[in-house]
Ligand binder design. Sequence first.
Ligand SMILES: [Ca+2]
Length: 212
Amino acid sequence: MFNGSFSDSLKLAGWALTQHAGAGSVKHNNGQMEITVSETGTNAYDIQVIQKGMHYEKGQSYKLTFDAYASTPRSLEVNLEKDTDPWTSYSTAKTFDLGTEAKTYEITFTMNEATDTDGRISINAGLATGTVYIDNVVLKKIDAGEASPIASQQILVVDAHSYKVFDIKGQFVCALKATGLSDVRAQLAGRNVARGLYMVKKGSSGEMISVK
Ligand SMILES: [Ca+2]
């Protein structure tokens, strides 16, 4: 992370505007970066300010924080991603609702892709007109427990239970997590177990299912 504070000596060094559609401009003013959109694009990334050269290490968690506000309330997308085609998003693009007073916003993520020593930060402003003010952009490494990986969010959404599976002779086959008996049946079929009847136990209750 270079020149996240937009100092008076460095101004916009390290940051560059890219436009794919719409019309926008970027300038250094009062120790901040100002992105002004005069004509919206179709996508947030149609008008974007990028810093390249980010080092994202596989398995490492990161936190990006920045201060932002806007001339009128509006959205702003920020994405930590690959700098070249296919622009793989490492953080998942996140949309923030900016107000007219400065607040600190953050993105946490764990790098699940192969290490990228030349990734980028993209500040995507193409979906609304007006001016966005950015300052104090900081990217730092954090412990995995502080990040909110997508995988754990998905696990929270799925209401999974623990099941134990026995064959018709009472022999233990496997233990698995599933959302219900049909999920157990699907998982057993996926493991290529023999066709037939199985006893599936959840806690002290059990039911017979048939795997075809
Ligand atoms: Ca500053």
